[in-house]
Design a protein around this ligand. Structure first.
Ligand SMILES: [Zn+2]
Length: 238
């Protein structure tokens, strides 16, 4: 009996399935020379490098902000990288960066809806994750004007449009203060269609008493101010 046959016999006797380790040859030259090869692989969609890294080290790398490969893949919309991480490391917790942001915050803040949906369906990330300021992925999406993400978070993932951060700011405050008119209009229409007292949400006051209109005026966003005054807040309450 040659050695190969003997090995096969042992495997058969012990009922051990040969383990497949695809793509375990190592990093490519560009990932290898990066400061954090695992993060580089996740962000650049180098699936074989990422696979190698996860199998040899686990999900361990973090950058100086505490972002993991999940955060990096999420913010770059690399859903294939997220899939690779889940395949190798499942179950995957909602890792937090130094600012307590989960990968869901990164996906929402960069408008990568496909990655956000994947994270919420396949990892411990949720639409209710809170960063160090108690902001949710919805706050991040509204502030950066990613209306499609705002729509999905509220319509499909159970996010509440009136959720407040530690300063008492809602996604409506943030959309108004950051000049995101389309997002503000979507939020306003949603509130009108689903809440009897929608006006109270549009006029919500933050911890220091500021309304969305106040922030828009303070920042000099004329379009937002005009729209709020004409369409939503016919009576200015100062
Ligand atoms: Zn690579």
């Amino acid at each position: 009996m040659d050695l190969d046959s003997f090995d096969k016999l042992l495997v058969d006797e012990l009922d051990i399935k040969p383990v497949k380790f695809p793509h375990t040859s190592g990093y490519c030259s560009s990932c290898k020379k990066a400061k954090h090869p695992q993060l580089e692989a996740a962000g650049s969609g180098h699936e074989s490098c990422l696979h190698y890294s996860l199998q040899t080290e686990g999900l361990v790398s973090k950058d100086s902000f505490g972002a993991t490969a999940l955060h990096i893949a999420a913010r770059k919309g690399m859903t294939q990288s997220l899939q690779c991480i889940v395949d190798v490391c499942s179950p995957v917790e909602a890792f937090r960066a130094h600012n307590k942001a989960s990968p869901a915050h990164d996906a929402a803040g960069t408008g990568n809806l496909e990655s956000l949906i994947f994270l919420i369906e396949n990892t411990a990330c949720t639409a209710h994750d809170r960063d160090k300021n108690q902001a949710t992925p919805l706050h991040w999406a509204a502030q950066l004007g990613h209306t499609e993400v705002v729509d999905w978070l509220i319509s499909d993932a159970g996010a509440q449009p009136d959720v407040k951060n530690t300063a008492g700011l809602t996604p409506i405050h943030l959309a108004a203060s950051k000049n995101k008119l389309d997002t503000l209009k979507w939020l306003s229409n949603h509130l009108k269609n689903h809440y009897v007292n929608s006006q109270t949400y549009i006029d919500a006051r933050a911890l220091n008493g500021e309304t969305p209109l106040y922030f828009a005026a303070q920042e000099g966003h004329l379009q937002i101010v005009t729209w709020l005054v004409e369409k939503v807040c016919p009576v200015i309450d100062v």
